[in-house]
Ligand binder design. Structure first.
Ligand code: HEM
Length: 411
């Protein structure tokens, strides 16, 4: 019998990071979907923080995602922690932590650059960056798919779109890790590192922005420098926070899905082969990879009023977590939901959110990057073996490996 069956459902505390050592506790989520679809975790490991409600069924995650009037992204931000190292007032400068109408106006500034059609124009650039990483790796015969491929490719792609110079890429990777990996002391060494990181990034960014103000080009930094909301240009803090969102949402996520997908495929070589013999299968395989391994385990909302759901009362001000790692395995939607199988017919999933205002801005970019990453990896390399146990990033927000050391042969 596993811990998922022995615990009383009321005693489950999803904030207990021991449950997350080997990745999301899927058996516990299955029980919550069945027995307690609106479930309270006291978050005893963080006595400085209040507990949270967990929403685990796909239909409920969707309903809450659509209802921004009741479930706010702005009131408490989108992280389970009230204290992520920067004040909530600063977090609210990012569109992900805004409610309409300001959210809609800010998002509209970026939307045009992120349509599937506009993003498709970048395919050659993405392929060139990916090939360079795979060439370098192939020449060595072994390496770490997180640091040698996932991190460097996603940093250079977002760097190219933003318009940051290549010599800043290693900083972009470091900043994204510090910004998001709160519970992992390999990636954010100490809590105060967030403040140091912002102090380091701010002058670099402001220099780049002032360059773009005098000499605008087609990149996103120029768009940020020129953008106006309600007649006002963004101030320095707003620019820094917006840059931080595009950087962290745009790199860490795609890196995680690529490496989780590669890990699952290395364990199931027949599925990798199924993709390799007919690369046109890769886009639908990517959707199954996203379903099984969403990069962000959850996002938070905060209730604006008291709400009754499935017999529980969520009070105004309570934290409510939308668990994509659970909703994507909801047995009322997927047959045999825990089974990873890229041969499934095309699946819908909530890895990019469940609809509503905050649906991932970068979904078309992420899908294209993942398609190219898998195409280039699988067409060039095969017979992968793990050379060491992969290491997971500690925590219950990032669903990712921090290292995936492999050996392989070139085709
Ligand atoms: C596989 C990769 C990715 C995954 C799994 C992912 C997932 C998500 C999720 C779950 C949300 C929140 C949805 C919600 O709360 O309803 C989100 C929002 C967002 N994502 Fe992504 N994302 C990915 C890649 C990207 C990329 C490449 C970018 C590039 C810029 C990006 C930019 C954003 C932004 C700006 C938001 C906030 C949108 C808003 O508040 O309206 N994401 N993403």
């Amino acid at each position: 019998m596993s811990i998922a069956d022995t615990l009383d459902v009321q005693d489950i505390d999803l904030g207990d990071l021991e449950l997350w050592e080997d990745g999301p506790p899927y058996a516990i989520f299955a029980r919550l979907r069945r027995e307690a679809p609106v479930h309270w975790s006291p978050f005893a490991s963080r006595p400085d923080e209040t507990g949270f409600w967990s929403i685990t069924r796909a239909a409920d995650v969707r309903q809450i995602s659509m209802d921004w009037q009741t479930f706010s992204s702005e009131r408490g931000g989108v992280a389970v922690l009230d204290d992520i190292g920067i004040p909530v007032e600063m977090q609210r400068q990012q569109m992900i932590s805004m409610d309409p109408p300001r959210h809609d106006r800010v998002k509209a500034l970026f939307q045009k650059a992120f349509t599937p059609k506009r993003i498709a124009e970048h395919e050659a650039m993405i392929r060139q960056i990916t090939r360079h990483a795979i060439d370098t790796l192939a020449a060595r015969g072994s390496g770490d798919l997180v640091s040698d491929v996932g991190a460097v490719v996603t940093a250079r792609v977002i760097g190219s779109l933003l318009g940051t110079p290549e010599n800043l890429d290693s900083k972009l990777i470091e900043w994204a890790n510090i910004g998001l990996a709160w519970d992992d002391t390999d990636l954010r060494k100490e809590w105060g590192q967030m403040g140091e990181m912002l102090a380091e990034a701010a002058p670099i960014l402001h220099e780049l922005i002032s360059e773009r103000r005098s000499r605008p080009s087609a990149d996103l930094l120029s768009a940020l420098a020129q953008a106006e909301v309600d007649g006002d240009k963004f101030d320095d803090v707003e620019l820094l926070m917006m840059f931080g969102l595009l950087l962290s949402a745009g790199t860490d996520s795609t890196k995680s899905v690529y490496t989780s997908g590669m890990h699952a495929l290395i364990e199931r070589p027949e599925q990798m082969e199924w993709m390799a013999v007919a690369p046109e299968r890769i886009p639908s395989a990517v959707e199954e990879i996203l379903r099984c391994f969403p990069a962000f385990a959850h996002f938070r909302r905060t209730a604006n009023r008291d709400v009754e759901m499935h017999g529980e009362t969520i009070r105004a001000g309570d934290k409510v977590l939308l668990w994509f790692v659970s909703s994507n395995r909801d047995e009322t939607i997927y047959e045999d939901p825990e089974r990873f199988d890229v041969r499934r017919p095309v699946v819908e999933h909530q890895a990019f959110g469940a609809g509503g205002r905050h649906f991932c801005l970068g979904a078309p970019l992420a899908r294209l990057e993942l398609k190219v990453l898998f195409e280039e990896t699988i067409s060039r390399l095969h017979e992968f073996e793990l050379v060491d146990k992969p290491k997971r990033t500690r925590g219950m927000f990032l669903n990712q490996f921090k290292s995936l050391p492999v050996r392989f042969k070139s085709k």
